[in-house]
Ligand binder design. Sequence first.
Ligand code: ZN
Ligand code: ZN
Length: 354
Amino acid sequence: MKGNMKALVSYAPYDNRLEETGIPSAGPGELVLKVLGCGICAGDVKSYHGGIRIWGTSEENRYIEAPVTGGHEFFGEVAEAGEGMGEYKTGDRVCAEQIAPCGECDFCRQGKYWMCTGSAVYGFKQHIQGGFAEYIKLHKNSIIHRIPDTFTNEQAVLIEPIACGMHAVELADIRHDDVVVIAGLGAIGTSMVNLARLCLPKMVIGIDIKEFRLDMGRKYGADYVLNPAECNVAEEIHRLTGGDGCDVYIEASGSPRSVSQGLESLKNHGRYVQMGVFAEEVKADWNVIGDGKELSIRGSHLSALTFHSVIEGIESGLIKTDGLISHSFELKDWEKAFRTAEEEPAAMKVMLVP
Ligand SMILES: [Zn+2]
Ligand SMILES: [Zn+2]
């Protein structure tokens, strides 16, 4: 397309620049969207701080192809549809899943596209620039979803993070007799309380160190909320379960000490799901897993065939979104937005509006 746009480009840790750049054009199989909103992920904040998962320890193991426009929690309206994309009309509101799979690796061929070994997540690679910009080009391999007319901009931005939470909850195989613990009540964790509740388990417990988030957890259906800064969480969970411990512990905080806390809180044969991303290596007593409790440890990565269910769930009202977007900033105020996401005690998901 003709003209220029503003884009927030990541050059290096602590070096994001709001730049003027050309608006992309849609080639065959591609769409160009006018971005209407893009959420700031914990991963974006960690990337800004030079997170090792993203910047690696050297050029060789670096994930991010900088300089690149960030942002993978975007949605927008179609501004240009490339050849073969005639089903999309100008103004249609859509989002794309955060990964543009290669389509050729074993995982892609088996339909497990979220584990694509090419791992191309929007906002980290040159060929899939992100949504912290006025326009974004959707790569031809993108998995595109239409956004219902009834959705607010906030709800549209929440689709991606909630889809990641739904994947983690699905991996927990929640049964009706289960006590489920969600550790970390950010926007995703709080939504996971909602999603876990929809499985009708015996009890849902939320954990966070911020009072505001504990309130959100309660509002979203947690039977109990616990603050590790104020109590011994594992002891409390044992007390609340008559000494047994919990059946499921979903780690969504990215705090290393939450891992041991989870292993301690689980009962024999419990399921531990790792969803949060750590900034550092984690130490824990692995004997608890094998010789102790025979636990199942499961990892959760991105979202897996969950976007459609999240969209239907929000549309039907089963999936709540109230208050999950706590702040919205214009793209030019990105610094303030990142700081808010990181430091503001009442921050949940913060979004940027170009
Ligand atoms: Zn994200
Ligand atoms: Zn692949």
